[in-house]
Structure formats: C-alpha cells, structure tokens
Design a protein around this ligand. Structure first.
Ligand code: DC
Length: 219
C-alpha cells in the first residue's frame, strides 16, 4: 500500500498553500510547496546574470538546485513569483524538478504537495485531489495584503495585472499547464474565509481518505 497523497493545485493566491499546510498538520504529513522550486530557479537564474526566458540557462540552474537552497525569504517576493512563472514554461526546467517532487510524493507515509500540475503530472494517482481557485480580484487582494505585510509597496492594480498574466502563462504553456485533473474536486474560495475554506477542503479529503482506506483494505 502506498502512502496517502494529497494533491492541491490551483492558481496564485487561491489559498492552496495555506490549505496544503493545514492539511499536512491535520494528517501529520510532510508538505511540499512546489512553487518554491520554480521560484528558486527563477531567482537563481537572474542572480547568475542569466535570462529566465532562456530555456538552457534556466534548466542548468534547475539541475543544480539543492533542497538546502530553498529557505531564502526572497523567494516569497513578487519578483520571484514572476521569474518562477517564466522559468516554469521550459520543459527542461520541469524535467529537472520532476524526480525530486515524485520522490517526495512517494514517501511511504504519504505527503501533501501544492502546485499547478500535481494532480495531472507529479502524482496522477494521488487518492485525494483538490483544485483550489478564486476570482482574480479576490486573489489579487489577498496577494496585495500579503505583500504589504511583508513591507512591499505595491499598487492593487499592478498585482491584479500580475495575477492575470500569471494565470495566462501558467495555464497556456505547452508542458504541464495548470489545469484541474479530471478526478480533482473544485474548491472555489472566493467567498470563504480561510477557516471555512480549510473546513471545506478537510471534508473533501476526509471523503477521499475513506474511499482510499476502503480500497486499500480490500486489495
Ligand atoms: O504557487 P506559486 O505562486 O509559488 O508558483 C510560482 C510559479 O511557479 C507559478 O506561477 C507557476 C510555477 N509553478 C509551476 O509551474 N508548477 C508548479 N507545480 C508550481 C509552480
């Protein structure tokens, strides 16, 4: 029996990160924020004086990335999100990051992963899949408040434009575009507080876990 894997996908600032972290706490599962990998590659490519739109340069950085490098708070900034989305279109970058993510998902005890392609590419067999979304306006407001809290001085309209651009790029790329897996449950958090959103996510995952346990015991 493989471990219980929870795939949490969705666009930027949909609430998927918070939901994934809380689910990890609830089920005592390790959590991987896969966006952080792309953020690290984007920032480290720029730091090396190379162009995030250059597939070979970004893939080289992705292949050299080590887990110990992921802790830098600069990866949480607005610029890092934009660089991440740019490097994430390159097939070579995605391939370089695949094994690490698959190994994380394959831990015997199970895992929670959040990203864009977890339910479709990284862990297509995950027994619990959520696609967390919200309107661009709601997501922009959340991101704007978060960035202001981190001391970044940004205009709401600029954040909304960022979000729309990221959605189009992440959903429109050829390799592993952001999309809801056929067996994922859609959770729209536009009108939900984070506590209510988590409660809805928990109920979806509980139902999936009951099905998974029943199947595991019968096979
Ligand atoms: O979730 P996030 O905002 O930290 O992700 C940053 C960017 O990384 C996102 O715009 C697209 C890319 N990404 C991806 O392509 N696939 C993932 N599984 C996670 C993130």
């Amino acid at each position: 029996m493989t471990g219980f894997v929870i795939a949490v996908d969705g666009p930027a600032a949909s609430g998927k990160g918070t939901i994934a972290t809380r689910l990890g706490g609830l089920y005592s599962l390790p959590v991987l924020d896969t966006g952080l990998l792309y953020r690290a590659v984007g920032v480290l490519t720029e730091r090396a004086g190379r162009d995030p739109d250059d597939p070979a340069a970004a893939a080289e950085v992705a292949r050299a990335l080590r887990a110990e490098q992921l802790e830098d708070p600069v990866f949480r900034t607005r610029g890092a999100g934009e660089a991440a989305s740019r490097v994430a279109v390159h097939t070579g970058v995605r391939e370089a990051l695949l094994a690490f993510q698959r190994a994380f998902a394959a831990q015997p005890g199970g895992a929670v992963l959040d990203g864009r392609d977890i339910g479709t590419v990284i862990a297509p067999g995950a027994p619990a899949k959520l696609f967390v979304t919200a309107t661009p306006e709601v997501r922009a407001e959340r991101r704007w408040k978060q960035l202001k809290g981190q001391g970044e001085d940004v205009a709401f309209e600029d954040i909304l434009a960022d979000i729309r651009k990221r959605d189009a790029r992440d959903g429109g790329r050829d390799t592993a575009p952001m999309r809801q897996a056929e067996d994922a449950v859609l959770l729209d958090t536009s009108d939900l507080s984070i506590d209510r959103a988590f409660d809805a996510a928990r109920r979806i995952v509980e139902a999936a876990r009951a099905r998974w346990e029943a199947q595991s015991f019968s096979s």
